[in-house]
Write a protein that binds this ligand. Structure first.
Ligand code: TZP
Ligand code: MG
Length: 204
């Protein structure tokens, strides 16, 4: 139950959203400060510290998206990078044994990520999403099926919600990552709990 968010995704205070999502049962969090109007510099760092502290207090791994230096400054538990970001091999050198997540869209990218020391893959977009403007073509669960034999943990991403989350885990993903389904929910805790119930109930 991988919740991803930054200030631009949340309808209310991000720290409050994270706290409620944790109560609802998320198991890992990624700080993804991105998009129009996003925070930078000291504001990004300050929000990162507050979100990290909430994660620490609750035993939830805190991952930072894209920004390696920010992750190091926040002493995050890990980083997540895409294909357009810094080379995974270089990132691995910088972060030592912290968690390294890589977004992959093919077996070639997956092989390269593993050689660089990736700990898990993000795979998507599984379903249509409005959250990521430059998202690649929707893949359904095809890529999850194709990458299963690498034996590395995989989370699906893109348009996942409580109605379709079980499709993703039943296809072989170890988990689901969501932004909107939790961050835009009126009742964040209930939304997270509903998602969790769906993937746990959907396990075959
Ligand atoms: N990468 C692929 S799709 C996506 C990212 C970051 C956005 C997922 O957001 P949502 O709101 O859960 O569809
Ligand atoms: Mg990225």
């Amino acid at each position: 139950m991988y919740f991803i968010a930054g200030s631009t995704n949340c309808l209310k205070e991000p720290v409050e959203v994270l706290e409620e999502a944790i109560l609802g049962g998320i198991t890992i969090f990624q700080y993804r400060e991105k998009g129009e109007g996003c925070l930078c510099d000291s504001e990004r760092l300050e929000l990162g510290k507050r979100l990290r502290n909430v994660c620490r207090e609750n035993g939830i791994p805190f991952i930072v998206n894209d920004h390696i230096e920010l992750a190091l400054e926040l002493d995050a538990d890990g980083v997540h990078i895409g294909q357009e970001d810094e080379e995974a091999l270089q990132v691995r050198e910088k972060i030592g044994d912290k968690v390294l997540g890589v977004s992959v869209h093919s077996r070639e990218e997956a092989e390269k990520a593993i050689r660089a020391g990736a700990d898990y893959f993000g795979v998507g977009p599984i379903f249509p999403t409005a959250t990521k403007e430059d998202a690649k073509e929707v893949q359904g669960t095809a890529m999850i099926e194709k990458l299963k034999d690498f034996g590395i943990p995989m989370v699906g991403i893109g348009g996942i919600n409580a109605d379709n989350a079980d499709i993703v885990t039943n296809a072989g993903a170890d988990g689901v990552s969501v932004i909107t389904a939790i961050s835009h929910a009126e009742d964040v805790r209930a939304a997270a709990a509903g998602l969790r119930e769906k993937i746990e109930g959907g396990k075959k």
